[in-house]
Structures are given as C-alpha cells and as structure tokens.
Design a protein around this ligand. Structure first.
Ligand SMILES: Nc1ncnc2c1ncn2[C@@H]1O[C@H](COP(=O)(O)OP(=O)(O)O)[C@@H](O)[C@H]1O
Ligand SMILES: [Mg+2]
Length: 211
C-alpha cells in the first residue's frame, strides 16, 4: 500500500485551524481517502495527558525550555503511536499543530534556543516530516478576539501578552519564508468558505490532488 500524506495546520490562536481542518478532512474523505484527523499537543492517550499540563494553568507555569521538552515528549508518543502507523497504512494524516508550533511558540516567541529545537526535530521526529504545512495568518488582535469568544479552560497561551503573539506571528511567517516548498501561507481573513477554498487550492496544487 502507498505511503499516506502528512498535512499540518499551523498559526496563532483563533486563526481557524481547527475549523478548517474538519472541512479538509471531510473533503478528503469524500474523495474516498482514509483520513486520520489529529491534534497537538495530544493526539495519543499519553500525549493528551501532557496537553493538560501545558495548556492549563498560569502563563508562566513552565519556562519555555521545559515547555519545549514537554511538547516533544508528547510529540514523540503521538508520532510513534498514531502518525507513523497511519501513514504506513496509507492514510492521509491531517494534524492541528505540529513541530512548527514549537519553533514559533517556544522558539521565536518564547526564546528557546533554536539549536535545541532543531536537535529535537532531528532526533525525535527523524524522517516523520509534513508533506505540506498550511500556515494560517491573520492580524494578532483579530485572532485573539476570535479565540476569546471561543474561550474554555485551555487558555495558557492566549493569556500571554500582545508582544508574545506578535513574535509568534512573525515566527510562523519566517518558517514559511525559510521553507517555501513545504509551507503555504493561508490568508485567514474572510468567510469560512473563502478560507476553505484557499486551503483546498493549496492542497490541490502542492499535493497534486484532483477535485
Ligand atoms: N474565517 C473565519 N471568520 C470568522 N470567524 C472564524 C473564522 N474561522 C473560524 N472562526 C471562529 O473563530 C474561532 C476560532 O476558530 P478555530 O478554528 O478554533 O481557530 P484555531 O483552531 O486556529 O485556534 C471559532 O469560534 C471559529 O468559529
Ligand atoms: Mg484550534
């Protein structure tokens, strides 16, 4: 059986990643593909337990380096137990956040040494890398406004200040500039349908999907 494809959704809070991931998963399924929709931090039983630790509580509960290690502990479990087995069976894996979120949140915005993050990518991800990464971009205040309307218990990162979120946005855009072959920037402003059409156009173009 052919190897599946791995698509990651990245960007700041309230950008519409989770909303659009469901829509993309439904479209791919409607074409008869096996789809595994998953998320980070989390996506496997052990990693979901770590999610609780990193997304709840006060903004300064963890230092950026500790957070990086927690994220990578969760990611390794998720990769081993969910992502790799799904790809090996030929499924299309669509993942709500992945390694670029660590580069942007703990790295660009949080100040963790990029060399540590790069080493973790090498040793923890190994060859498991996204075929396509959609980077949802929108002004920080619009995203935070949307995120606050949705508000729940997982507010640790939303509660960091405006400057953090500006560094985060710039961090994601820098990743897209550095790896244009893997990354597509999705303008996240507009109706759900307009953003969905941009996502679909990127998937068709980059991964040679019909429809
Ligand atoms: N294009 C859009 N325009 C307006 N509101 C949106 C749009 N996309 C998503 N939303 C709303 O914004 C909030 C955050 O969307 P969500 O998909 O949870 O973002 P993310 O997963 O990127 O944090 C939700 O309430 C969602 O319904
Ligand atoms: Mg989300």
């Amino acid at each position: 059986m052919s190897q599946g494809r791995f698509i990651t959704f990245e960007g700041g809070e309230g950008a519409g990643k989770s909303t659009q991931l469901k829509r993309l998963a439904a479209r791919l399924e409607a074409q008869g593909r096996a789809v595994v929709a998953t998320r980070e931090p989390g996506g496997s039983s052990g990693a979901e337990s770590i999610r609780e630790l990193v997304l709840k509580g006060s903004a300064d509960r963890w230092s950026p380096v500790t957070e990086t290690l927690l994220m990578y502990a969760a990611r390794r479990d998720h990769v081993e137990r969910v992502i790799r087995p799904a790809l090996a069976k030929g499924a299309w894996v669509v993942c709500d956040r992945f390694a670029d979120s660590t580069r942007a949140y703990q790295g660009a915005a949080g100040g963790t040494d990029p060399a540590l993050i790069a080493a973790l990518e090498t040793h923890i991800l190994e060859a498991t890398r996204p075929d396509l990464t959609l980077i949802f971009d929108l002004p920080v205040e619009v995203g935070l406004e949307r995120a606050h309307r949705r508000a729940g218990a997982e507010m640790r990162f939303e509660s960091k200040g405006q400057a953090f979120h500006e560094r985060l946005r710039e961090g994601f855009l820098a990743i897209a500039r550095a790896e244009p072959g893997r990354c597509a920037i999705i303008d996240a402003i507009g109706s759900l349908e307009a953003v969905e059409a941009r996502v679909w156009a990127a998937v068709r173009e980059r991964l040679a999907v019909d429809g």
